[in-house]
Write a protein that binds this ligand. Structure first.
Ligand code: PLP
Length: 446
């Protein structure tokens, strides 16, 4: 009996699904879990045959107990790493109280969380969503209805930027630039036009009174860690004010501390009218938000917009704890310090490899731009117990947790250097893919 109990405990520690499953067996084997995934899930992600079962801090462990250093952080979501004690405590507490109460009633956390986000951004009001793309949808709707309420019926055009990524739902997809995401789903929302990144003349040519919104990522994330120039941001701000359009900052990837400032746009001074956030906000629970100046927020009245799940008590309590933790544990300072350490170490490594074009970074948002495809380096890193990612085919992207330590950065640099050294050099990227269409701005480490 004792041996059986010990085996059962081992099995559940290893992450096997225990209890009676569809097959009637007590535990689903790892091989079966992978077979089920391949057979029954829609084929939208290419995944290695690894099953992650638990994590702590910057490390995550697979079904065989193998430890990985996670420098991707669940794509910018796990900003406090795995199982942060403050997050776990609040999640446990609120799970035992009320996970959901519906947006027809108040609960204890939406108001205080909205106040905290207003404080971080300097904006006035907040609407909570479940995801980034849902926040983008709501922001576009807000910009359109605000224009309409001011009496402009034909003010519906939206400007977005080449290389941008804003999400997978129809509105957000319509302002996402790479055609591989958009074209298979056409026709999309009409009235969208793309402006070349950091090309002020192109922006000026496309901006007029028919524009109700321009949507900007202060640093393009999925696009390959490309920052907006100060000139471009200032021109967008000026043109938006001049034409009565909303300047919308998509801070879903670069916001909430990632760059070493509360929001990525804050390096430029002039504030946007609307900001969207998600990813890191609730420690891995799905939560996004639209933050807006009163002059735009006032366009939403009861019944005009809504969400069943957005902003429930469990997610909002956890988000409040996340923001308090970033403040109380001085994590913005750690982000800047570790970001500078990473940047310096990567520059040192890059000097040894002629296929590294450049390092672009701000805080803990880092792109290593290669002249070759990046996928094989990601796979090689994984084999060595390091999680990184490649975006835009040739940019290795790092989004480590805000709590990353000096020692962990050193470990990362050692592994990453070895990965570049030992991996067989992959195919070169075609020049037009590697070369941006306009001069890109290099961001200094901060
Ligand atoms: N906007 C940006 C800048 C993003 O990076 C993402 C996701 O990667 C999104 C929007 C979409 O967010 P979600 O996947 O939560 O819908």
């Amino acid at each position: 009996m004792k041996a059986r109990a010990a085996h059962k405990a081992r099995a559940s520690r290893s992450g096997r699904v225990t209890g009676k499953g569809a097959s009637g067996s007590r535990a689903t084997s790892d091989a079966q879990i992978l077979r089920d995934a391949v057979r029954y899930l829609m084929n939208t992600y290419r995944r290695p045959p690894i099953i992650f079962v638990r994590g702590r801090g910057c490390y995550v462990y697979d079904q065989q107990g193998r430890k990985y250093l996670d420098f991707l952080g669940g794509i910018a979501v796990n900003a406090l790493g795995y199982a942060h004690p403050r997050m776990v405590r609040v999640m446990r507490r609120e799970a035992g109280r009320a996970v959901h109460v519906s947006n027809l009633f108040h609960h204890r956390f939406q108001g205080p969380l909205a106040r905290k986000l207003a404080g971080w951004s300097g904006l006035d009001r907040v609407f909570f969503t479940n995801s980034g793309t849902e926040a983008v949808e709501g922001a576009l709707k807000l910009a359109r209805v605000a224009a309409r309420k001011k009496g402009a019926t034909d003010k519906t055009r939206i400007l977005a930027i080449e290389g941008s990524f804003h999400g997978r739902t129809f509105g957000a997809l319509s302002i996402t630039h790479p055609s591989k995401y958009r074209e298979p789903f056409a026709p999309l929302v009409p009235g969208v036009e793309f402006v070349r990144l950091n090309d002020v003349a192109d922006l000026e040519a496309k901006f007029d009174d028919s524009v109700c919104a321009i949507v900007l990522e202060a640093i393009q994330g999925e696009g390959g860690i490309f920052p907006l120039s100060g000139d471009f941001w200032a021109s967008a701000r000026e043109l938006a004010s001049q034409h009565g359009a909303a300047l919308i900052a998509d801070e879903i990837q670069c916001g909430l501390g990632r760059t070493g400032r509360p929001f990525g746009y804050q390096r430029h001074g002039a504030a946007p009218d609307i900001v969207v956030v998600a990813k890191a906000l609730a420690g891995g629970l799905p939560l996004g938000a639209i933050l807006a100046k009163e002059s735009f927020a006032e366009a939403f009245g009861p019944g005009l917009h809504g969400s069943t799940f957005g902003g429930g008590p469990l997610a909002c309590a956890t988000a409040l704890e996340f923001l308090n933790t970033v403040e109380e544990e001085n994590l913005l300072e750690n982000i800047r310090d570790r970001g500078a350490q990473l940047r310096a170490g990567l520059e040192h490594i890059a000097a040894r490899f002629d296929f590294v074009n450049e390092i672009r970074s701000e805080g803990l948002m880092i792109g290593i731009d290669l002249a070759v495809e990046g996928r094989e380096y990601v796979a090689a890193a994984l084999r060595r117990g390091l999680i990184i990612n490649c975006t835009n085919d040739h940019v290795i992207r790092l989004l480590p947790p805000f709590i990353v330590t000096e020692r962990q950065v050193q470990d990362f640099l050692k592994i990453f250097g070895a990965v570049l050294q030992e991996t067989k050099r992959p195919a070169a990227i075609a020049p037009q893919a590697a070369e941006p269409t306009v001069p890109r701005l290099r961001v200094a480490a901060r």
